[in-house]
Design a protein around this ligand. Sequence first.
Ligand code: HEM
Length: 398
Amino acid sequence: MALPKDVPVYNRRDRFDPVPELAELRARCPVLRTELHAGPSSQVVGWLVTGIEESREVLSDMERFTTLPPADTEAQSRRLQNIGNLLHYDPPDHTRLRKMLNPEFTMRRLRRLQPRIDAVVEECLDTMEETGSPADLMQHFAWQIPGQTACDLLGVPQDDRAELSRQLDITRDDGRGRARQMAAGRAFRAYFQQLSVRERRDPGDDLLGMLVREFGDDITDEELEGLAASLTSAGIENVAAMLGLGILVLLEHPDQLALLLDRPELIDRAVEELLRYVSVIPTLSPRTALTDVPLGGQVVPKGERVVCSAFAANRTAAPGGPSKDGFDITREPAPHMAFGHGVHYCIGAPLARMQLRSAYLALWRRFPKLRLAVPHEEIRFRMPSSRNYSVDTLPVAW
Ligand code: HEM
């Protein structure tokens, strides 16, 4: 398959597998000074970390690494689109905001959403049945489930959901041009501004209502709307990518799929293995060294960028342990980096797992003969230059 030139080498892959350059780096040079892709058309020199231990060191060290860009001023770092997005905060502000959200993301609290998630999954399957085979699984299934779940969590009224989803579609459609994508991004954010105003006035029984009731005086209006917008987009895009790619991996490994359908109690392991194997976020947000930091036998100078490859870490076998290149749902569960590591570890991980568990099993319960409706080679993967690894369409038949 032809690999796009505008995607940095560390984010390129051959379907699900790392390109040989990444595998070689991981083995020979866990911390490498190289050209990093720093935006749609700019390169900066920085550090690529492919070693698992070195990545953990970077991601858990909040005193010596920040997620803010180098030499950023307070004014720049709090650009409007970043306000409320936890990934753009360091402690103590990160700790303050995350503490407000944590109680809403415990398994105990999230469990109330499970019946609704199961119902949304069944509604999607009903629609697919009504529409008839073949159908695009991304459109009818993979985007719908996290879309409805995130809106339920945040308290987005039913009537507003279609328009919100349309704006989100435009932001990820590179064919529409940068200006339209940015305008859709602003409209998406503006929607959450209005919703936050409404929730301030009349807090509902949802996440935004809870934030207003419990912490209304400790959180600014911009933070509230930014939290809502970033939770929604992070929650939808990554789960959708994991649904699409996870289903494709299972279709391409019929022995593993048969094992899962025969022993559905393996679903938790299967979900973890899919998260590890697919690694929809191949490289985590860049960090910046706040001081000179010794790392993997090198010294990262103060002010330089560091990018950790979760994908490389997820494919690294423990010394003397089994290879991590293959897909095996009976694998002994081991920590992976698909949800990141350290203080920015994905807050939505339990909610993502709930959706994946429910959706993978229900899909095959309804359509036991599910198959791709086009040859494997025709599936086009979306290489991430800044976002996640995914497919735009996944035509299936049953
Ligand atoms: C399979 C689905 C998901 C994957 C693979 C995923 C992956 C990740 C990763 C890798 C990070 C850390 C990024 C970094 O350190 O640079 C992260 C952070 C985050 N994720 Fe997720 N995520 C998923 C689902 C969700 C969901 C469902 C939500 C919310 C409803 C969510 C909200 C967030 C937020 C708010 C952060 C920032 C946390 C912080 O900075 O403290 N994610 N996610």
